[in-house]
Design a protein around this ligand. Structure first.
Ligand SMILES: NC(=O)c1ccc[n+]([C@@H]2O[C@H](COP(=O)([O-])OP(=O)(O)OC[C@H]3O[C@@H](n4cnc5c(N)ncnc54)[C@H](O)[C@@H]3O)[C@@H](O)[C@H]2O)c1
Length: 364
């Protein structure tokens, strides 16, 4: 099998996770990388043995490259994805899928017209932890799901990220940044969302970077940094969500799903791992459930799945319609807060196919 050549645009903090994760799959090979900052691309190419460094234009014009991975900052996602599709490439982009629904729709339409695939992060729902949860729910382990919670609260990213301003600009904020992990996991487990409501606010209009090299620099906060919401799923499940960059510490779970026969403790959806825990009706203790799927995977599994999908002409799992639906829901929380009402979603999507049990390592 000849690997599908992949080019990466955006050589920042998350680059290494993709270079490493893609390396676990023989079906894809990272052959080139590009960044507005040439020195950043050169440094990552050297560190991760990428054979070619070039400009964005050269990468998109390279006839060898079939899939472009877009690891730029949120506001550049849709514009670059449109450029890559126009150049005849399949695209896999970091989250959020786009900054607005309008931009996201343009990307989906361009892909359809060009007969090219669009995939989007997160792909963490393809890890062993959440695939095990999917199997438990589909097998009826907790009976009929009735409610769910999803909590991501932290003090923000200015204490560790080298250039954290984008997290507080249009396209940033905890909902567009971390919401994709939580909402994608929930849609994968429970199906599409019907409507949402909630409150969103900016708690601190100015923040100070404490990480290097920009320590002391102030950031003006342009987007809400605390969201509390409710989402009704099409299957009747009522979900409660908090996404916040304004909380120092807390003791709430990442995700739990409450069913007629028991509760499922879903692991952190920003990882590919467990633990998965169950507490069934009548049981006094939580018990950890052995994973049914491999957790020895990383970012890049969504790209590898896209490559397998291209070769066997099947749907890929981290697909554009899923990413659009999640973006639609995430945008609706702020709109609901501003309007003081529920927002009915106009989008929907199919749950991605579960991964089969017992796949050999490095295959999908
Ligand atoms: N850092 C993380 O832990 C992490 C984790 C998961 C996902 N992500 C997502 O990955 C994306 C990138 O995050 P990061 O932390 O690597 O950011 P970063 O700021 O470290 O790197 C982004 C890189 O993209 C380049 N870039 C920006 N616009 C460009 C353009 N138009 N053309 C070419 N290059 C361009 C920048 O020069 C920079 O080198 C974001 O969408 C983020 O949400 C980051």
């Amino acid at each position: 099998m000849k690997p599908i050549p992949v080019g990466i645009i955006g050589c920042g903090k998350i680059f290494g996770a993709y270079a490493g994760g893609c390396g676990g799959f023989d079906i894809i090979k990272v052959v080139a990388c590009a960044d507005l900052n040439r020195a950043a691309a050169e440094a990552k190419a050297q560190e991760f043995n990428v054979p070619k460094v070039c400009s964005v234009e050269e990468l998109l014009a390279d006839p060898e490259i079939e899939i472009v991975i877009n690891l730029t900052v949120p506001q550049a996602h849709a514009p670059l994805n449109l450029q890559a599709l126009a150049a005849g490439k399949h695209v896999y982009t970091e989250k959020p899928f786009a900054v607005t629904r309008k931009e996201a729709k343009a990307v989906l339409a361009a892909a359809k017209k060009a007969k090219r695939r669009v995939g989007s992060a997160p792909d963490t729902f393809l890890g062993g932890g959440i695939q095990t949860c999917r199997k438990l729910i589909d097998d009826g382990a907790i009976g009929q799901p009735v409610a769910a919670v999803a909590f991501m609260m932290c003090p923000g990213h200015e204490s560790w990220h080298p250039s954290p301003a984008f997290y507080y600009q249009r396209g940033g904020g905890p909902m567009l940044d971390m919401g994709p992990y939580y909402l994608t996991a929930l849609v994968n487990l429970l199906g599409p969302i019907r409507r949402v409501t909630g409150s969103a606010k900016i708690s601190f209009p100015e923040r100070t970077i404490t990480s290097q090299p920009l320590a002391g620099t102030k950031i003006n906060v342009e987007v809400p940094t605390h969201y509390a919401g409710v989402m009704d799923f099409a299957n009747g499940v009522v979900g409660t969500v908090i996404m916040s960059f304004d909380v120092t510490g807390h003791t709430l779970p990442n995700i739990q799903i409450y069913g007629s026969a028991g509760t499922l403790w879903v692991p952190d959806p920003n990882t590919f791992k467990g633990p998965v825990k169950l507490k069934l009706r009548g049981e006094n203790e939580w018990r950890e459930v052995p994973l049914t799927h491999s957790d020895a995977v990383g970012r890049g599994i969504g790209v590898a799945d896209l490559a397998y999908a291209l070769q066997s002409n099947r749907d890929h799992r981290a697909h554009g319609a899923l990413a659009y639906h999640v973006l639609d829901a995430m945008q609706a929380f702020q709109e609901a807060s501003e309007k003081g009402q529920h927002i009915k979603l106009t989008s929907t999507c199919d749950r991605p196919a579960p991964l089969p049990v017992g796949l050999p390592a490095g295959t999908l």
